[in-house]
Design a protein around this ligand. Structure first.
Ligand SMILES: Cc1cc2nc3c(=O)[nH]c(=O)nc-3n(C[C@H](O)[C@H](O)[C@H](O)COP(=O)(O)OP(=O)(O)OC[C@H]3O[C@@H](n4cnc5c(N)ncnc54)[C@H](O)[C@@H]3O)c2cc1C
Length: 384
């Protein structure tokens, strides 16, 4: 029996952050187990057959307002600064998105001003003092017309739930602006690891030296009889850990359909993309209405990779059942109630911490799970 200080389930952002901290700050040994055949969890990226660096599990736009988290990760990567910009496609044309003065002008079909837009919004928004769900949070800012054009169909497709049933934070994350700021996100620091996420994760592992043992393509249950440990850090799905004893938590799953193009094939797209060797005019285009997919991502716009080929990925929302990848916890009241039952069991366990997006069943971004792992490290550093 080999003994480890920590058994860490999952080699994503949260698992590897924790492993790196305990190795380099306390000299503690971890066994990191992941059932996938690679590091990095959902943030894993790789070069596909066309030579294009793509994100396997959907686009991952790193951003943070926390200098602490930025500085922590900067030990393992340099950054490629990006102003993430996206568009929305509807009625046979591209629209600036999130809604801003440029979108408003496209909507009017003429030039306008911030003042005119503010007045228009004031006339159309539905007065709701404290919006309680994702429909209310948008109609209270822009009214029914823009809500239906840009938000309703997309949200229904993505979550298979009416926006009325979803937490206000789902659509509330998207800014509405009356200036010409086309940036998708609002955080101060927006950048991708210069050589990709996977290279950054490899450096985190290298920093651990002999204090880390990695076991990929392995479910942690398979090795429980072979090892002993003081404490487990669990970053998988909490309902899975408890063998779905209260029934499965609801998640949304996704299906990704990549398609690659050579520079010859891209010649006919130049008028649309406005750029040589690109397929579409922005890193991400949302398809809120007619199509079955929600978005097409051409991540080469954001990575800055010099490559004549390109790859686009169509993203289709999919129903979830245990066995499929659980991508998104559902931010709705019924799901939270069921999660609370699992959390009670988790809180009662003594030598296991549940962290990360699936371990805490919460829609967290990458920087937030890094923050969570750093906090857990600080807590356990005192007692273990
Ligand atoms: C489509 C999509 C797009 C996203 N886009 C963004 C974005 O643009 N910006 C952003 O900040 N965040 C984004 N996120 C969120 C981001 O993916 C998460 O915040 C982050 O990956 C969470 O890291 P984690 O380590 O908690 O979990 P994960 O990355 O999910 O890693 C958990 C790991 O645990 C492993 N595991 C689970 N169960 C077991 C088991 N029984 N045995 C062994 N291994 C197991 C899994 O294989 C997985 O590798 C996105 C998420 C998705 C799904």
């Amino acid at each position: 029996m080999k003994h480890y200080n920590y058994l860490i389930v999952g080699s994503g952002f949260s698992g590897l952050t924790f492993a790196e901290r305990v190795a380099t700050q306390c000299g503690k040994a971890s066994l990191v187990v992941d059932r996938r055949d690679h590091l990095g969890g959902n943030a894993y990226d790789y070069y596909d057959d066309a030579g294009v660096l793509i994100h396997r599990y959907g686009p991952h736009y790193f951003r943070t307002n926390s200098p602490l988290i930025r500085d922590y990760l900067s030990q393992f990567t340099e950054w490629h600064q990006v102003n993430y910009e996206i568009l929305s496609y509807d009625d046979g044309r591209y629209w600036n998105f999130p809604i801003n003065l440029n979108t408003f002008e496209q909507f009017l079909g003429r030039s306008s001003t911030s003042e005119e837009m503010e007045q228009w919004l004031a006339e159309h928004r539905v007065p709701i003092e404290s919006p309680k769900n994702s429909e209310e949070v948008i109609v209270s800012q822009v009214g029914w017309g823009l809500y239906e054009k840009f938000f309703k169909g997309y949200t229904l497709k993505q979550w298979k739930r009416d926006p009325k049933e979803l937490d206000a934070s789902v659509c509330g994350r998207i800014s509405i602006r009356t200036n010409r700021d086309n940036r998708y996100l609002r955080e101060e620091f927006q950048a991708l690891p210069k050589e990709g996420y996977t290279r950054m994760f490899e450096r985190m592992v290298e920093a651990c030296g002999d204090k880390i043992t990695l076991k990929l393509e392995t479910d942690y249950r398979e090795i429980l009889s072979e090892v002993t440990f003081d404490h487990m850090i669990y970053t998988g799905a909490i309902d899975d850990y408890f063998d779905y004893c209260y029934g499965p938590l609801p998640y949304r799953s996704l299906r990704f359909e990549p398609e690659s193009f050579t520079s010859e094939q891209l010649l006919s797209r130049e008028k649309i993309s406005g750029k040589k060797n690109f397929w579409q005019p922005a890193m991400q285009v949302n398809y809120p209405n007619e199509e079955n997919f929600t978005r097409i991502v051409e991540i080469k716009h954001a990575t800055g990779q010099e490559c004549n080929n390109t790859t686009i990925v169509r993203e289709y929302p999919d129903d979830y059942e245990p066995g499929k990848e659980a991508y998104y916890p559902i931010p709705a009241a019924d799901a939270t109630t069921l999660y609370q039952r699992y959390k009670k069991l988790a809180d009662a366990g003594e030598n296991v911490s549940f962290i990360g997006r699936l371990g805490t069943y919460r829609y967290y971004n990458m920087d937030q799970v890094v923050g969570m792992a750093l906090t857990e490290f600080k807590k356990l550093e005192q007692i273990l």
